[in-house]
Structures are given as C-alpha cells and as structure tokens.
Design a protein around this ligand. Structure first.
Ligand code: PBG
Length: 324
C-alpha cells in the first residue's frame, strides 16, 4: 500500500532539488567559439546560426571582452579568410598577418591572461579545397605533409598569443608533431587541447557557412565513423601519449556515451564541443515555438556535463555564463 522507497521526496521543492543536484554548471565550464572574418566592415550574422556572428577585429574584441566579463572559461577562435586568399596549402594559416593570427594578437593584447585564449589549429578554413590538410597528387589528404603545415601553424599561433591550441584535423601523429614543434620554437608553455575523438558529422553543416568553407565531399577518411566507440579510446590514448594537455569529444550530444567513456579513462581534463548543428537545431525549434529555448539549452549543457565533460564549448557560452 505505502511504498517504502520514495525518491519523489527529494524532488518536492526547488530548494530540495537544488540541494541534491549532482551536476553543476558554472560560467567557467563554458568556452565560447568565435569567428573572425577578413575583409568585412561590419559583423555578419550567420544565417544558419541565428545569434552567432562573423566578427570584424573590432566587434570580436568587444564580444570577447563581454564574454570574459560574463565569466566564461575561455574563447576558441576560428579565422575566416577572404576567398581570394585561400590556396592549396592554406598559407593564410601560417602567415603572421593571416586573419586568425592577427585576431589572436589583438585579443591577447586586450585581454592578457584574464582568460584562456584558444585557437583552432586546422587548415580547412584556409585551403581552397576546404580539406583539413594538404592534398597528395591523387587528391587524398596527405597525413605527413599536413603535419609539417600544422607545426608551422601552431608556432605562428603560439607566437601570436594563443594560450592553448586546438588541433582539430584528425591527422595521425598531430599532437606529437605539434608538441615537438612548439618546444623547439621555445613555446613549452603553450598547451594543446586535442580534438581527440572527432566524428565525421552531419551536424557540422552550419559551421560550413560560418567559416565560408569551400569543401565539396566529406572528411570521412580522417574523421571517425559514427558507428565506432573503441577507436575513440584509442585516439585518446595516443593523444595522451603524444602530450595532449586536454582532450575533446566532438560533437557532444550524439556522442554522450563516448564522452562518458573518455571521461572515465582520461588522466587530463576532458572537453566536449556542442557544435553548430546542435546550436541550430535548438534555435530553430525554439524559433518555431516548438520547445522552450532556455530550458532546452540548459538541459543540453547539463547533459554534457553529466556525461563527464569538465569543459563545454558552446555558442551559448557568453549568454548562459551571464545568467548562471
Ligand atoms: C575544423 C573544425 C570543424 C569544426 C570545428 N573545427 C569543422 C569540421 O571538422 O568539419 C566544427 C564546429 C561546429 O560545427 O560548430 N577546423
């Protein structure tokens, strides 16, 4: 008649629920990805990501300062070069005057060590073919030739003021190559946030617009297959051996099982990236009045934290940091 066990007792009031919540979400857990574009005079809203902008250097600085004041844990920068500046080698990535390196210098000068400034270390925004690496004669992405480019890019970003580099190209050996290159150049203190378990995902769709990507085709020869779990653990193992200071799982919401396993085995902090398509889905559903936006965003962020992420990269970082 009377159940002996009554879990509902602890759900009865907001205060009780707050008291017993296992997972927390604080501003410092959130990292804001930001886009800075060359050759634009005003910030440009990304149509498939309402509320997210390609920034000018000026608007980037203002938005970054606001995000830091709101308490975010850090910023992750992506550069969007002019189409005419892209080439097969992604030269703009290593050019100290390329848009991403310029933006890093501006932000570091403005923000100093008051936040953690991170940079995407990958060629896809800078190549005219849109792949994350350089191509061999047969059109495939050449792993080892790409590593040389990543090392040069990493050193340029460290010299421009990035605290942490985020190699996201899924080339084999990229963490070891970048670590050695940074050390040889005297950047022993620049850290690496390795995009270790990065899946080939349809949910990156809006990001292509965000960075004006020229890619046709897909990245399935270097990013992971959604069917697989074990290879994520292998990738994380390798990246830890190669010197990663933090590891990442990406995307987040369709890979929470992977995130949990990585969190259980990792000896370094674990990040998860709530990517463009995850942002756009919630935003679009909310704009249609189909879901409660704020509740859905909070639930999604909490689920990523609950699955084991210490750090969540999310386009909502500044807004939600300000409210938490
Ligand atoms: C590669 C990179 C991508 C994203 C972050 N870094 C795109 C890709 O691998 O196709 C996706 C981020 C997002 O979708 O929000 N430079």
């Amino acid at each position: 008649m009377f159940p002996a066990e009554r879990p509902r007792r602890l759900r009865a009031t907001p205060a009780l629920r707050r008291l017993v919540a296992e997972t927390s979400l604080e501003p410092r857990h959130l990292v804001l990805p930001m886009f800075v574009a060359d050759g634009i005079d005003e910030p440009r809203e990304i149509s498939s990501m309402p509320g997210v902008f390609q920034h000018t250097l000026g608007s980037l600085t203002r938005a970054a300062t606001e995000a830091v004041e709101a308490g975010v844990g850090g910023l992750m920068l992506f550069g969007v070069p002019r189409t005419e500046d892209k080439d097969a080698n992604g030269s703009g990535a290593t050019d100290p005057d390329g848009i991403l390196n310029r933006a890093l210098r501006v932000l570091r000068a403005e923000l100093g060590d008051s936040t953690v400034i991170m940079a995407d270390t990958c060629l896809d925004e800078f190549t005219d073919h849109g792949h994350c690496g350089v191509l061999a004669a047969d059109g495939r992405v050449d792993n080892d030739a790409t590593l040389t480019r990543y090392v040069d890019m990493a050193v340029a970003q460290a010299e421009s003021g990035a605290h942490l580099l985020g190699p996201s190209g899924m080339m084999d050996g990229q963490i070891a190559a970048i670590r050695e290159g940074l050390d040889d150049a005297g950047h022993q203190d620049t850290g690496i946030l390795a995009y270790s378990a990065k899946y080939a995902s349809a949910f990156y769709g809006p990001f292509r617009e965000a960075v004006g990507s020229s890619l046709s085709g897909d990245r399935r020869t270097y990013q992971q297959d959604a069917a697989n779990r074990r290879e994520s653990l292998r990738e994380v193992d390798l990246d830890l051996d190669e010197g990663a200071d933090m590891v990442m799982v990406k995307p987040a919401m369709s890979y929470l099982d992977v995130l949990r396993e990585v969190a259980d085995m990792s000896t370094v902090p674990v990040a998860a990236y709530q990517i463009s398509g995850e942002y756009s889905m919630i935003t679009a559903a909310a704009q249609n009045g189909w879901i409660d936006r704020d509740a859905a965003v909070l639930e999604s962020l909490l689920s990523i934290r609950r699955a084991g992420a210490d750090i969540v990269l999310t386009y909502w970082a500044a807004e939600f940091a300000a409210r938490l």
